[in-house]
Design a protein around this ligand. Structure first.
Ligand code: IVH
Length: 703
């Protein structure tokens, strides 16, 4: 079938291979139109046609979630606006939430809060329980009480400017009522579509020959992100507000108080929000909301708990991207049954062989699922699934679909157990399960030993290198990486920065490329010749080192040279550099060993140094720029009276300090409380600055 014929077909009527081909074509076409619109300001198609392409992409992705491409236009949302929306930097980041899946997780949450704050058993911890709305997060800014701007969440730091879209929503007040409205307030919440409105919208679309949306959330997203705001205005979008970002003066000192104030200003707040006194109260409310779920006019996917007192919230602070003072208690996953027709192996960037279940497409919780992860070899064994089995499949929130168990009564006589390969399906090298040095047991993952000769690993590493949280090079997605790999133009990360010099304009000759797209690609690469140390480290793809660990390392070592020298001289298990590394809170021995091993490989060092020659690697900005302890190492010893050990550590880290467990020449401060012993003695011997807890608190508060 020709590409044009494929374009005419309804998304629902496409098979998997056709959908994959169509998604590939859409990613490249939409990318092309984005570039025309932005870089040349000369769009070739109308906004309406452009939106049609995006809608088709969204509809296909909803039907075939497993086929969502890394270079999909939907993934570029917010990360770097590329679709006609300009970007908005959030002065207060928009966070996500940690999850609780059962009662025990909820009890643990409240217990963690108590422990962190050092509260006694008798002290009541009031917590608000709110339905978790399944929509799209939005931040709406009011200045002088007037609607000023609205933005999507994006990656949490930067979103898209949707001011003109959000203003069309009836429920959004244009002016806040009342006399206690702060000069500046960003109210945040969820934009959603009611289920009945979603059904009506789909019927209308069907009549008009347009693709149906897969679920209310997708429909809300598709309706909001419209360059033509009259489309947004025609959709019955709604809103619930449940938190805030920048605010010039807080009008209340509890979360529930804030929501009451929101209501008094005329902002829509969910009516099912309640204040609970203890864990039993939270769980009771969770069950009650669960029971009303099907009857609510909108979709929810759990209950969010938030510590009510705002002073406690600010002391609790954040870990990574989620607050310590809130958690989402998810509803159990939605399940369905289908046939597992095959198991295929994917090879990841660290060489791990991941089995993927190929399923007969089935709808689970409103989305069609056609493959699911089986995690690893042991998991297949443990679950006892055979090829040909009818299996239970589940989806929980955004999580990748999973195979839960086989239904043995339905096992056909020709079903076959799966034999896990002992060679890499991509390069043919042996695939082995290494012994974990600590437990003496084999690693769960079987890994290809082909290293850099394995194209799957090399390509996956390159994909990771250019991905959103790493170098984030526009126009260099999975498809292009594979293409350049095949052309032998990019075989390692350094080649990316040599591409223009080596390939020049020859790329323009290849099918699908033109002079303009080559120029744009080179410009996008040039744009990333300056990069933060954290992203740089993340991009290297060191085993066990993701975004969070990369940031920790960058903050600890400060600049590239210091990091490079320390890593190259460190030896696993001994010496000062090793101690310093494993002392970083959040980095255990396994992670530290993986980092040191990485720098022990000459070809890795060659890549790192090759990159350093082409790049300006910027030292990371510390959490609080002017903090006197930023970049310093502090050791707490003895007992603390004003705060718990955990809080002391979190606050120090929040100010950019590193908290260590042992005193060495690298220690800058020792905070000693009553009962301090050997660490204090060592500090004195080494001439390290020693402070009392009170002195420390004054020191960090002062500057
Ligand atoms: S609070 C710092 N409350 O869930 C607090 N989020 O999984 C951040 N969400 O990004 C969010 N209902 O888009 C909060 N009542 C609620 C919510 C809610 C839905 C969404 C929100 C957030 C995501 C986190």
């Amino acid at each position: 079938m020709s590409a044009a014929e494929l374009r005419e077909r309804a998304p629902e009527s496409l098979g998997e291979a056709e959908a994959a081909a169509e998604l590939k074509a859409l990613a490249s076409e939409i990318g092309h139109h984005d570039r025309l619109y932005h870089d040349k300001d000369a769009p070739e198609i109308s906004d309406g046609d452009y939106d049609g392409l995006r809608r088709r992409n969204d509809a296909l992705e909803a039907l075939f979630p497993a086929l969502v491409r890394d270079d999909s236009p939907s993934r570029r949302v917010g990360a770097r606006p590329s679709s006609g929306f300009s970007s908005v930097a959030h002065s207060v980041p928009m966070l996500s939430l940690g999850n609780a899946f059962d009662d025990e997780d909820v009890a643990d949450f409240v217990e963690r809060v108590r422990r962190f704050l050092g509260l006694s058993e008798e002290e009541e911890v009031a917590v608000v329980a709110e339905p978790k709305i399944d929509g799209l997060a939005v931040s709406i800014r009011y200045e002088g009480g007037r609607y000023a701007r609205a933005a999507t969440r994006g990656d949490g730091q930067t979103g898209e400017d949707i001011t003109a879209n959000v203003v069309t929503i009836d429920e959004v007040p244009k002016v806040l009522q009342g006399n206690n409205v702060p000069d500046v307030i960003e109210v945040r919440g969820e934009i959603y579509l009611r289920r009945d409105d979603f059904f009506t919208l789909n019927e209308t679309r069907e009549e008009a020959g347009e693709a149906r949306f897969a679920n209310p959330r997708n429909a809300a997203a598709g309706s909001l992100r419209q360059l033509d705001v009259t489309v947004t205005a025609s959709r019955p979008l709604r809103l619930f507000l449940y938190t805030w970002g920048e605010v010039s003066a807080l009008p209340a000192d509890t979360h529930s108080g804030m929501l009451d104030v929101f209501r008094s200003w005329g902002l829509p707040v969910n009516p099912e929000i309640e204040l609970c006194r203890d864990v039993a109260g939270l769980l009771e409310r969770y069950r009650a909301i669960g029971e009303m779920r099907a009857g609510l006019p909108y979709d929810i996917d759990g209950v969010v708990y938030k510590v009510d007192r705002l002073d406690w919230q600010s002391r609790l602070g954040f870990v990574s991207r989620a607050p310590r003072w809130a958690i989402a208690h998810k509803f159990p996953a939605e399940q369905a049954q289908t046939i597992l027709s095959d198991i295929r192996i994917q090879v990841g960037r660290t060489g791990s062989l991941t089995p993927v279940a190929i399923l007969e497409p089935v709808t689970v919780g409103g989305v069609v699922v056609s493959n699911a992860t089986l995690h690893n070899e042991d998991e297949i064994e443990r679950k006892g699934v055979w090829i040909g089995d009818t299996v239970v499949v589940q989806r929980a929130g955004d999580v990748i679909p999973q195979v839960v168990r086989p239904i043995l009564e339905k096992r056909p006589s020709d079903a076959l157990p799966y034999v896990f390969p002992e060679t890499c399906p991509v390069c043919g090298s042996h695939a082995v399960r290494e012994l974990n040095p600590k437990t003496g047991k084999p690693d769960v993952a079987r890994r290809c030993t082909g290293g850099l000769i394995c194209p799957a690993q090399a390509v996956e590493r390159l994909r990771h290198f250019v991905s959103r949280l790493a170098f984030d090079i526009e126009g260099l997605g999975d498809k292009q990486i594979t293409f350049f790999w095949e052309q032998e133009l990019i075989r390692n990360p350094v080649d990316i920065f040599d591409l223009a010099t080596k390939a020049g304009n020859t790329i323009a000759e290849f099918e699908g490329w033109g002079e303009l797209s080559v120029r744009n690609l080179y410009a996008a690469i040039d744009e990333r010749r300056t990069i933060g140390l954290d992203r740089f480290i993340n991009a290297l793809g060191i085993r066990h080192v993701g975004e969070t660990t990369a940031r920790l390392l960058a903050r600890t070592y400060g600049d590239f040279t210091a990091f490079r020298i320390a890593m190259a001289t460190a030896t696993v298990g001994e010496g000062d550099d090793w101690t310093y590394l494993v002392d970083i809170d959040g980095i255990g021995e396994t992670v530290a060993a993986a980092i040191v091993d990485f720098f022990d490989e000459p070809h890795n060092l060659a890549v790192v140094d090759g990159l350093a020659e082409h790049l300006t690697i910027e030292a990371v900005e510390q959490a609080t720029g002017g903090s006197p302890v930023s970049g310093k190492t502090v050791v707490f010893t003895g007992s603390l009276e004003e705060m718990t050990r955990q809080e002391a550590k979190a606050r120090a880290e929040g100010l950019g300090a590193k908290v260590a467990g042992t005193v060495s020449v690298r220690t800058d401060f020792v905070v000693a409380g009553p009962g301090a012993g050997t660490k204090l003695k060592k500090a004195v011997e080494l001439g390290v600055t020693v402070m009392t807890e009170t002195e420390w608190l004054e020191f960090i508060a002062e500057k």
